[in-house]
Design a protein around this ligand. Sequence first.
Ligand code: HEM
Ligand SMILES: *[C@@H]1O[C@H](CO)[C@@H](O)[C@H](O)[C@H]1NC(C)=O
Length: 345
Amino acid sequence: MAVALFSTLITLLFGAQIANAAGLSNQVTCSTGHVTSNKACCPLFPIVDNIQQNLHGGGACGFGAHTALRLSFHDAIGFSIHGGKGGGADGSILIFNTTELAYDANVGIDDITADQWPVFQTTGLSAGDFLHLAAAVGTANCPGAPRLQYMFGRPPPVAPAPDNTVPKPTDSVDSMLARMADAGFSPAELVALLASHSIANVVDIDPTVAGIPLDSTSTTFDSQLFLEVLLKGTVFPGSGANSGEVQSFTTAEMRLQSDSAIARDHRTACSWQSMINNQARMMTQFKAAMAKLQVLGQDTSKLIDCSDVIPVPKPFAGPIKYPSSFSQANIEQKCTEFKFPSVGR
Ligand code: HEM
Ligand SMILES: *[C@@H]1O[C@H](CO)[C@@H](O)[C@H](O)[C@H]1NC(C)=O
């Protein structure tokens, strides 16, 4: 008690560093020199460097980072709050890859797990801890992203998730909302999670344009996606109408049928519209929904908060803008509860 009071006083008077040096605060300095709130997190710092070097191209917001985020969703969503599905955010998609990668919704995920497997093997982490760390670190490489929470200590997965837990781009909004609700997510939380598509490329829907982005700024976590998906669709990129896509406003990006439908459905249109040119809201809501996703099915009382191992993302330089020659006149506004957000050109 007296020590705690003294520590608080020293911290107030001289700052955390002095209190730390005096061994009086809750911060610990690892042998690597990193500072964290819990010494159990110390071994993660070199693993973060390993992931950055060997998976994320030295800290880029590119293929490794994007796909790691997508993988965290495909792993975690194999869960139901009613039981009877998979273990959630447990890394089962890595360990039981022959089972889970055979599911339709996981087309293309084999490239991601194949890249992650050898790096995972060098870390000594459980598959869930590794996969969800790779996602949080990758996201942090994208300017504008929030610094995601990272909880540590997931046990190894016990079984693969069953089929039909991952939403597909051809699903109806009814079906996507029902599946997300079954996993514990509201329609607004689904919209928040779809901020992930602001840092996304598409490989498998149209092989003639493999790698085409979902918005004009796929290496920046910004609300350009929420704006662009609402522009009237007029053209298909690449080979034309493929399963899972709808017309885009430009041949330079692809529009997912699912994003288009969620942006225009009466249950989700206002959440969608509320993200436009509201970087702070997009960051806060995505961070909260990801914090939930990345511990789905886990006993959080047994996990340690190691969020301070996640790099601090660069801020968004902003602002978003209409693509040249487009304006609010080209927007298909479905939410009429509030004025369409003002965006420059
Ligand atoms: C209704 C739910 C969702 C559907 C139908 C959906 C569908 C898709 C599809 C079809 C792709 C393109 C895959 C390819 O061909 O390469 C994609 C990419 C991606 N998705 Fe989703 N998604 C959903 C939700 C999410 C969520 C919740 C997250 C993460 C929190 C996420 C993260 C990503 C990322 C980061 C990519 C880009 C991967 C890359 O650049 O290679 N998605 N999604
Ligand atoms: C699947 O897991 C095995 C180990 O069980 C690993 O050797 C292989 O590289 C993985 N493949 C993919 C595509 O993830």
